[in-house]
Design a protein around this ligand. Sequence first.
Ligand code: 13P
Ligand code: SF4
Length: 356
Amino acid sequence: MKGTNRKMTQGSLMRLEELRSGFRGTDQYIDFLAKEETIRRILEMKEEKDVLILGHNYMEPLIYQISGEGERGDSLALSKYAAKARNPIILFDGVRFMAETAKILNPEKKVLIADLEAGCSLADPFGAKDVLEYRARYPEAPVVTYINSYAEVKAESDYCCTSANALDVVKHAASESGSERVVFLPDSFMGENLQKELVKEGSNIDLIYPGKKDNKFGSCIVHEKISAVDIRVIRRQFNLPKGGNDTAVLVHWECKPEVLDVADMYGSTSEMIRYVSSHPELKRVYLGTECEMSANLANEFPQVEFIRSCMVHCPHMRKITLDKILYSLENEVYEVNVPEQIRVKALGAIERMIAI
Ligand code: 13P
Ligand code: SF4
């Protein structure tokens, strides 16, 4: 291993050593040692080719840590980092709709993803024609589309939103258009959750989402697996009382409404992270979301015990592996492209979101 280090630049060598000391003593140290050569090559490629490697909160720890501060986060943060990128190449460690968003914001840059088949159960079944159907049914209503969608869908929408800003975007869309009715696509559970939140706030907005007035349906295959019964069982088994002083159950907006009802807090992935970091009294936490996020947070907050329920894995996120990342970087393959006409229209919806 020492001989190979000679070729490394100062920056990538330092990062490798930072990762080594960060993983030492954690559950992933053996994995780090086993994959050290691949990680070393990825860091070299990153520096040599001046690549911005963006990492979603759901990446497994060895991949997540390759991206530094200001390069990892939730969908909203990653879109903002992508919008400011100066590097000629962006490699997205996340799923394809996320990489596509980076490409929409950076048409002149090469945007790579380690596996072009990394889809999403919300984005995959939903096409531009579905948006047009809702538009025809509710011509007065602005259309807000969740970022978990492909460019052709964003292109037909008025606004894009993420789980971190959906409520603000919906309210903004209503006041800007003067319509009390707003279409929200394609997540049925999140639509229902947002509608409940609007009612709680005393808003008159009538949110139209798949399943409310039709028999369409959109959901995340990870979050829909979590039930309110699961949460109650976890609370009992791991002594996580509702409203506990030093414990918390945090769940994602994409969970079912009855799951949000029994949680202590709900939000986007980064909002959950901020909740943990702003509550230093926490000793035990369950995150109702992709299981790898708990592994990442366990490294960041060693004083907190994270209860992990690892039936909750996203098969799309798991397609991104260190070996595929290295292959993509070395050969500059698995490029994400968006036809220019669609890109320009989709950019409008994303820029309107970023402006809010
Ligand atoms: P966030 O925007 O909260 O990171 O969520 C993305 C996602 O795919 C959740 O399943
Ligand atoms: Fe899509 Fe769910 Fe996977 Fe997120 S966790 S990428 S919403 S399938």
